[in-house]
Ligand binder design. Structure first.
Ligand code: NIG
Ligand code: FE
Length: 414
């Protein structure tokens, strides 16, 4: 479906994918259910796909063009599965206001917050949105990110939401990166429809979804279920339309309070529920039963100085897949680093570095509904990173330090 098209577009975009590569003298963190480290490993890549992985001594294929990685560590490419990279303007002023004591909700109710980014996003042309997003995307690429999810949600009219998604698609043609898009019109009520949430859902969020889908602009449908945004019932109406069109769903839920959005979304088959600081411990069972990924966003937790922690232990106890993302956005998480998100998830949420790496590789792909990507495994997409480190825990351990040696996207150095 549309997500597979995203992969295929990327696969055929870069000319010389027919050649084989063999990377050897390296350590592999394959991320097949954990680090699953292979010492003295070798990876063979054919046509952008991993064709062999294992111990170098067991490889019987052609060794004539081996690339020696000098003992370095190889992981799958990093995946940022929840971002709002495309937006106009900035919210540094609100940062100052929050430091003086105003809360995120107070700022939002006073016409700041998401609605203030909406003004700037509407004023920006498509080209201006692309130009503003590129440095943020480049920051992710520089630290080995190979797949990025980008949401709409700051346009809040059908045309402006579509403009954001067109900008996201354009970014994919300007850089060697896979971009997956989400329709997030149900993010906030624009000031012209203040108090008329239902009208906004009926006049913008649902018809816009159909239009954007027909224009091949959406890979998933998202929403913001919260007191300052939309009710469970309103989001469910948007999701029912998405399901009719066979588009995967996901939700910003239980970030500031518990309205029950995560359970509703999960029971409708959501790929992921994101934030979930206020999720009830017992609801982990529902996420597990429905195979919904829990996406933790430590950048927003940190920025809003949240005290309530997501129920990590109960997620673990129920074997819920946990992913981590930057939530890069102008307000609640002006964070454009997956490595720092990993460090924060460990320090703030007490994830292990192994859980953190799984959360930005295989589990992040799962949160996006992508298959055959996010592990070092035969027949998986050859998106991988070579790091100048000895142990994968080093990726989470350092703060503000990038040890990337080489980034390989679809089998090509990029
Ligand atoms: O994921 N929670 C809702 N949406 C964003 C915040 C966007 C903003 O403040 O601009 C988030 O945190
Ligand atoms: Fe978000």
């Amino acid at each position: 479906m549309s997500i597979h098209n995203t992969i295929l577009r990327a696969k055929f975009k870069w000319g010389s994918l027919l050649k084989k590569r063999v990377l050897a003298n390296c350590q592999l963190a394959t991320m097949e259910a954990g680090y699953n480290i292979i010492q003295e490993g070798l990876i063979e890549i054919s046509e952008g796909i991993i064709s062999w992985v294992g111990r170098e001594k067991d490889f019987t294929g052609d060794r004539s063009n081996i690339e020696d990685l000098g003992g370095r560590l190889v992981t799958p490419g990093l995946v940022d599965c929840h971002t709002h990279l495309v937006f106009g303007g900035d919210r540094a002023k609100e940062f100052e206001m929050r430091l003086e004591g105003a809360s995120y909700e107070e700022i939002s109710k006073a016409g700041g917050g998401i609605v203030s980014t909406t003004r700037a996003t509407r004023e920006a042309s498509l080209t201006e949105l692309v130009e503003a997003a590129l440095p943020r995307l480049d920051a992710l690429i520089a630290e080995g990110v190979t797949t990025v999810e980008i949401k709409s949600g700051y346009g809040l009219t059908i045309d402006d939401e579509i403009k954001m998604l067109r900008a996201a698609r354009q970014l994919a043609s300007l850089r060697k990166v896979r971009i997956v898009t989400s329709w997030l019109a149900a993010h906030a009520v624009p000031s012209e429809l203040k108090g008329k949430e239902d009208d906004y859902i009926d006049q913008v969020a649902i018809p816009g979804l159909i239009k954007a889908f027909n224009d091949n602009l959406i890979d998933a449908v998202d929403g913001f279920c919260e007191g300052i945004a939309f009710s469970v019932e309103q989001i469910e109406r948007v999701f029912r339309q998405a399901i009719k069109l066979n588009i995967p769903i996901k939700l910003h839920a239980e970030q500031l309070s518990n309205l029950g959005g995560a359970v509703m979304a999960s029971n409708l088959g959501a790929l992921s529920v994101d934030h979930i600081e206020y999720l009830d411990e017992k609801d982990s069972e529902i996420l597990a039963k429905n195979d919904t990924v829990a996406v933790l966003l430590p950048g927003a937790f940190y920025t809003l100085r949240e005290n309530k922690h997501p129920p990590v232990q109960s997620l673990r106890d129920h074997s819920v897949n946990i992913a981590i993302a930057s939530d890069g956005n102008p307000g609640s998480s002006p964070l454009f680093s997956v490595l720092l998100s990993m460090n924060m998830a460990c320090t703030l949420f007490r994830l292990t570095p192994e859980e953190a790496l799984l959360g930005v590789t295989y589990n992040a792909c799962k949160a996006l509904g992508l298959e055959n990507i996010g592990m070092l495994k035969s027949n998986f997409v050859a998106d991988l990173n070579v790091w100048d480190i000895k142990h994968p825990a080093e990726l989470s351990y350092r703060i503000g330090f990038n040890s990337l040696f080489k980034r390989i996207y679809g089998g090509e150095n990029a």
